[in-house]
Each structure stands twice: as structure tokens, then as C-alpha cells.
Unconditional design. Structure first.
Length: 279
């Protein structure tokens, strides 16, 4: 008589996104390995901007949407660590869990995954290890919470319902017939300036765009399809891989030409060829 085998439980998947660097992140990974040795741990980023809640929320939103339902995402960008800020699990509509501080960094991804129910983590239900200091909840609270979830614990067993969680720190873009208004939400590894303006707001037949960043003066730039369409060092407007409008320099850093900070406002005014004035 054949032996019936139960359905094999899928390998739990945990991602880590932090601003704490690799040495501190290694301690988080050690905690997870000790508590949930079968879990697959994937490093997304440990060089997120220190204390940069808004920019990190955008990067997490862009990375996390590509993972399968049921993934456990741990995020440590936590300038309020040790304070009264809540530590939460967001149970998302697609079956994924987001674990981290309740400061808004988790919210855009939670919205992208269909919304979430929040639970405030109860430290006593997660770990019985003595807390070492008050400044490393990544290792001492969030990593063991992720491990418990990977082992099959429910959010309800690890904390009480939390009635609401912090709203998204990302500003909402707006547009008129001729102007797009938003913010720089990310400066990438190449110094490209990534906005929160949806790429589809930029008509395909737009040859030029007048761009104003922060308090700086307006500059009219070509709208191109790829970096190689610009001369070396030239600056232009592109539709980025994030699905948003980008200001870039070919083989150079736009962030050096325009020294702006994330969350500074940006406006893009659509102009025709007859209005071109490169300044």
C-alpha cells in the first residue's frame, strides 16, 4: 500500500532591508539562522539612506512588489528606536508580512500588496532573551519576529491588533494639462534623480521638459528614451525602470549637477520644440 505523504510546506522566505550596514545586518541574520534555520534569507539592501524613511519607503515599495505572496519583509530604518514608537507586523492582503517600525516606511509596500492589518509586536511573546541596550531592535525584536512567522506563528499570536499605522511618507504627485508636480524620492547608485511622477504622465511625443528642482531655476531638458541618446555628460529626462520620471546625466551624476535632497519638490513642465530654450 503506497505511503501517503503530506503536502510539503514551502520554504519560508525572509527579506532584509536596512540602513545599518553589513556588520549589524549579519547579527540579524545570525538570529534568524538560530531560530528558523530552514528559512531562506535574502538581502535586499543594507545601504539605505541613514534615517531616510521616505526614500527607503520608495525603494522598499519598488523592490518588494516583485516577490511572491507570503514573503516576510523585514525593514530596519528606525530613527525612533528605543522610543515609544510601535514595532509592528503588517499582515498584507496577498499573504505577505511586513515587519518593522511603525514610522511609515512599510506603508507604501503594504498598499501595493493590497492593504494590511496591523499588529503591535509584544516583545514578551517573541523572545525571552535579555535585551542588550535599547538601540538594536533589528536584531533583538524584528529578526526574532520574522523567524517566528517563518516557523508558522500568526501575527495575532505575537501581538495585539494595532488600530492604525503611520501613513505613507511619500508625497502624492499631481498634474495639470501642462505641468507635473511631485518630489525627488530616490537618488540611485549612479546619481540619477528618481521622481514619484508616473512615467505614463509624460506623453510619448514630448520633445522637451522644463524641470525645476527645489528652489533652483527652471532648466529645459530633452526627453529621451535611453541614456545613450544624450551626449557624454548631457542631462535629460527619461522614463525610469521604477515606472516614474527620472532626471539623469549620461555617464555622470545628475545629483552633482543638481545637489538636491530626497523629498524636495520637483516640477516638470511639458514644452514643444518651438518653445525650446536650453538654459
Amino acid at each position: 500500500m503506497p505511503i501517503r505523504r503530506g503536502r510539503r510546506r514551502p520554504t519560508p522566505r525572509i527579506t532584509l532591508s536596512t540602513d545599518i550596514g553589513w556588520a549589524y545586518a549579519a547579527q540579524m541574520k545570525g538570529t534568524i539562522a538560530a531560530l528558523a534555520p530552514s528559512a531562506e534569507v535574502i538581502d535586499l539592501a543594507h545601504d539605505l539612506p541613514p534615517h531616510g524613511i521616505g526614500e527607503s519607503a520608495f525603494v522598499l515599495w519598488s523592490m518588494g512588489r516583485g516577490f511572491p505572496p507570503g514573503t516576510i519583509h523585514v525593514v530596519v530604518v528606525d530613527p525612533g528606536v528605543g522610543s515609544a514608537r510601535a514595532a509592528v507586523i503588517l499582515a498584507c492582503a496577498d499573504g505577505s508580512y511586513l515587519v518593522g517600525p511603525d514610522n511609515g516606511v512599510l506603508t507604501p509596500l503594504a498598499q501595493a500588496l493590497g492593504g494590511a492589518t496591523a499588529y503591535r509586536i509584544d516583545r514578551s511573546k517573541v523572545t525571552d532573551r535579555a535585551r542588550v541596550g535599547t538601540t538594536f531592535d533589528g536584531r533583538d525584536l524584528f529578526a526574532p519576529t520574522a523567524a517566528r512567522l517563518a516557523n508558522g506563528a500568526t501575527p495575532r499570536s505575537l501581538g495585539a491588533r494595532w488600530p492604525s499605522f503611520e501613513p505613507s511618507p511619500l508625497p502624492r504627485p499631481t498634474r495639470t494639462r501642462s505641468e507635473l508636480c511631485g518630489a525627488i524620492v530616490h537618488i540611485d547608485h549612479f546619481g540619477n534623480l528618481i521622481t514619484n511622477l508616473p512615467s505614463e504622465w509624460l506623453p510619448g511625443n514630448t520633445p522637451f521638459a522644463a524641470v525645476k528642482l527645489g528652489p533652483g531655476r527652471e532648466r529645459t531638458l530633452p526627453v529621451v528614451d535611453h541614456y545613450a541618446a544624450l551626449p557624454i555628460g548631457g542631462t535629460g529626462v527619461l522614463r525610469s525602470s521604477f515606472g516614474t520620471v527620472e532626471i539623469a546625466r549620461r555617464e555622470a551624476r545628475a545629483a552633482e549637477r543638481w545637489p538636491v535632497r530626497p523629498m524636495q519638490p520637483v516640477s516638470v513642465r511639458l514644452v514643444g520644440a518651438h518653445e525650446r530654450q536650453i538654459r
